[in-house]
Design a protein around this ligand. Structure first.
Ligand code: FAD
Ligand code: FES
Length: 272
């Protein structure tokens, strides 16, 4: 279990990058120093004690030199709407960085990153780190329509090749991002590792694609959370594990907050 830090951090900038989707830059030197791509912070969204529970948000970008981190989030309910209304200069009470983060293998040469909607949030820091390590990075982003495409420019600036799939065909590929992924694999671009975050049906379909192709696949899972420190078991997901003595598949419930949020995508039980 990793040690969880409590921090007061300051909002440096705030921008609505797409309808209802906000990018906030935080001055958070100690978090930036420790943070790994794929980890998240647990945020007290309001200035008072309502809502009581913190909300988990992924660390979108990490700037260790400037001591800054970014969060990218969709305002969907009470907590995130309050957070979206916080202003530049406000202090935020956060805990983190929390969780395990993505595991980029040293021997991997080609990395594929797949983000569905706001699922791109934890993937930019991963893309940045992969490129820093000299990997060839391709990114697939999906959105319902053109106005909701997020992250395309940010990944391109890093040097990644980016393709976009929109459900309504208003931008680039029309259809599911998983169809686009299958097409790219058929064309011969085979990743050594695939990392994804987004809606569960998308994550499940990528598992069906990567399992027979024997590609290492890691997913960032999102479950509703309460404590964020491994105590309440409110965030568990079902994972397949091998019983080493009997060579049978068995199952375990793992906590997304501290055992994850990143899990081997081919070991998650998607239909539970
Ligand atoms: C590890 C982790 C990282 C996350 N990173 C991001 C991120 O970077 N950006 C981002 O926009 N969101 C992220 N989420 C989801 C985010 O935490 C929720 O959207 C947020 O907690 C909702 O709080 P709320 O008070 O605004 O909404 P609520 O009023 O609590 O709920 C509003 C709606 O959102 C749904 N919801 C609430 N929590 C979750 C959840 N954890 N997953 C899916 N649906 C949920 C509810 O069922 C409801 O329909 C992450 C979740 C986890 C577990
Ligand atoms: S949120 Fe309590 S155990 Fe994960």
């Amino acid at each position: 279990m990793n040690f969880i830090y409590n921090n007061k951090v300051k909002i440096l900038s705030r921008k609505e990058v797409a309808p209802n989707i906000f990018l906030i830059k935080l001055s958070a030197p100690s978090v930036a120093q420790e943070a790994l791509p794929g980890q998240f912070i647990h945020i007290k969204c309001s200035k008072d004690n309502y809502p009581l529970l913190r909300r988990p948000l992924s660390i979108h970008r990490i700037d260790k030199e400037k001591g800054e981190i970014f969060i990218l989030f969709q305002a969907v309910g009470e907590g995130t709407k309050i957070l979206a209304d916080r202003t530049i200069g406000d202090d935020l009470d956060i805990t983190g960085p929390i969780g395990n983060g993505f595991n980029i293998y040293p021997e991997s040469r080609k990395i594929m990153i797949v983000g569905g909607g706001i699922g791109v949030a934890p993937l930019l820091a991963l893309g940045e780190e992969s490129i820093r390590q000299g990997k060839e990075v391709r990114v697939l982003i999906s959105a319902l329509k053109k106005e909701l495409v997020i992250g395309e420019e940010s990944f391109k600036i890093l040097g990644a090749k980016v393709d976009v799939a929109t459900d309504d065909g208003s931008y680039q590929f029309k259809g599911l991002v998983t169809d686009l992924l299958e097409r790219i694999i058929k064309e011969g671009w085979l990743a050594d590792q695939i990392f994804a975050c987004g809606p569960k049906p998308m994550l499940k379909k990528i598992s069906e694609i990567t399992l027979p192709a024997n590609i290492n696949y890691q997913v960032s899972m999102e479950e509703r959370m309460a404590c964020g420190i491994g105590a309440c078991l409110g965030c568990v997901c079902k994972i397949k594990t091998k019983d080493k003595r009997k060579y049978r598949v068995k199952y375990e419930y793992k906590r997304v907050c501290i055992d994850g949020p990143v899990f081997p995508g081919n070991e998650v039980v998607w239909d539970d």
